[in-house]
Write a new protein. Structure first.
Ligand code: ADP
Length: 482
């Protein structure tokens, strides 16, 4: 008789060391050999040879009364099955069957632990979803219940103020109105955050005027900016289409969060908003916003925590400036919903620069010239800045602020050139040109040449001009580069 491949050869048989069940069976489905794991886990011990496979797979192999002859191909189609022990208990297996007509082998792995883990995971996921649902419903109800009285108080305060009250009372009512606004902002943040977490946030696609959007956001903050004696400068790339399609409300929310933080955390100096078009493909437009300030700044270790929910730099910040620490977490998620990224550059004690990109669509048949530009010019003029709000107006050439701004722009520029972000690099060379605008001729010329080469996306010439400008800045302005 021909030797079987796994014929029992005593304790040293290699199949006995296998971590899966191995069975050899004949054409009638009778087991001829089972390895150690098979003998032990099926409970037949050495009595396994001679047992029919239909006893191991009673649910899958129907051979009652010998009506249908056993076929190996029937087994081959089974990838998962319940395998029965001698005592009638069973366990799930993943199996494979090989047959060449004479030799039939079955390999099976007990997956009971894996199935149990999957079941547990599914149960945990379900429970987590239920908890999240209950929490979100709770948040939605509570915030709704809070909003109604806050709006009521604000309404009554506004009517009292409109009716005219004594000076002292007006001051108190103004404070109450401001508290109501703060409370509304916090309620809205909590509601937005829970919606974003639940994935229930949708981004609208509606036509809006991007220049008006920026102007309105600045106008909303102008009282606070003026009250602190800060300067604000808005610079928008003229190539940006005036009418875009996207979620104006949410874009305003992003910009407003960054701008109001810039105002909140700056006591002297300036705030600037720069908007550049970094990409246009057909009607898809990528805008790059930079909101910079000369405020308290953020250290490296604090930066890592910032975009996480409920994170404020430290408890003293909460006491001094208020807030929930949700603003930047929401801002980041909104930016990502608009297919963009948010980034922070900051130095403790010197200021911060938050930048983000968003993707929008250009409205059909709408150009770039219109009332929007006029609004911005008006805004910059009303802040005492020149028509188009140039950087020169804020940073007088040769002052430390001017030097610091040049250094920061040069650093961003080299980074953009290194990663091939030519559109952003061009925006920075443009700013550099303004910043050295009143400087010596050779410096102006170097900045101009740099812009030309960046525009041509010529890396080696751009690097040459960059180094040229850098050594002029080091020599003439004493700027130290890292
Ligand atoms: P909140 O909603 O409480 O304002 P944010 O998420 O907007 O919270 O900001 C979180 C923290 O990040 C602030 O408490 C502050 O410590 C820091 N931060 C944000 N923007 C600035 C900035 N422009 N300058 C300095 N610190 C900032």
């Amino acid at each position: 008789m021909e030797r079987l491949p796994f014929q029992y050869e005593g304790p040293s048989c290699p199949a006995d060391a296998a971590l899966e069940i191995i069975l050899q069976f004949d054409s009638s489905g009778t087991i001829r050999y089972g390895n150690r794991l098979a003998r032990e886990s099926l409970g037949y011990g050495d009595g396994l040879p001679g047992v029919s496979l239909s006893c191991l797979f009673p649910a899958d192999l129907h051979q009652e009364g010998g009506a249908a002859p056993f076929s190996a191909s029937q087994l081959q189609s089974m990838k998962q099955a319940m395998m029965y022990r001698k005592n009638g208990t069973c366990f799930p297996v993943h199996m494979s069957v090989y047959s060449n007509g004479q030799q039939n082998l079955l390999f099976a792995v007990n997956v009971a632990a894996q199935v149990e883990t999957e079941r547990k995971l599914a149960r945990m996921k379900e429970e987590a979803e239920d908890t999240l649902k209950v929490r979100n419903e709770f948040v939605a109800n509570v915030t709704h219940e809070l909003r109604t009285p806050v709006n009521g108080i604000k309404g009554h305060v506004t009517s009292l103020l409109d009716a005219g009250v004594a000076k002292e009372q007006k001051r108190t009512l103004d404070i109450i109105a401001r508290c109501c606004d703060n409370m509304s902002a916090i309620i809205n943040n909590i509601l937005d955050f829970s919606k974003l977490e639940a994935g229930k946030f949708t981004i609208e696609q509606k036509e809006f005027n991007v220049y008006e959007m920026v102007s309105h956001t600045v106008e909303t903050n102008i009282t606070a900016i003026d009250a602190k004696g800060l300067h604000i400068m808005v610079n928008m790339d003229k190539g940006i289409p005036e009418y875009l399609i996207g979620d104006e409300l949410r874009l305003t929310q992003i910009l407003n969060n960054l701008l109001s933080n810039a105002v909140k955390f700056t006591s002297v100096g300036y705030i600037s908003i720069e908007v550049t078009k970094t990409l246009q493909f057909d009607d898809e437009v990528e805008l790059f916003f930079v909101v910079s300030d000369t405020g308290i700044g953020i250290s490296q270790e604090e930066k890592d925590k910032l975009f996480k929910s409920f994170s404020q730099v430290d408890a003293s910040i909460t006491r001094k400036y208020g807030g929930t620490g949700l603003g930047l977490a929401i801002t980041k998620q909104l930016v990502e919903l608009m297919h963009g990224n948010i980034h922070l550059d900051s130095e403790k004690g010197k200021g911060s620069s938050f930048s983000f990109s968003v993707r929008l669509h250009q409205a059909q048949g709408k150009g770039t010239e219109g009332k929007g530009h006029e609004m911005l010019e008006y805004l910059n003029r009303s802040q005492g800045l020149a028509g188009n709000g140039s950087l020169e107006e804020i940073f007088q050439f040769g002052t430390p602020e001017n030097g610091e701004e040049i250094r920061s722009k040069m650093e961003k520029l080299i980074l953009c050139m290194e990663v091939g972000a030519w559109d952003k690099a061009e925006a920075f060379t443009h700013n550099l040109k303004s910043l050295v605008g009143q400087g010596p001729k050779d410096m102006k010329r170097a900045a101009f040449r740099l812009e030309m080469n960046v525009r041509k996306e010529d890396l080696s010439k751009s690097m040459e001009q960059y180094n040229n400008l850098k050594s002029l800045l080091e020599g003439q302005l004493g700027i130290v580069f890292e």
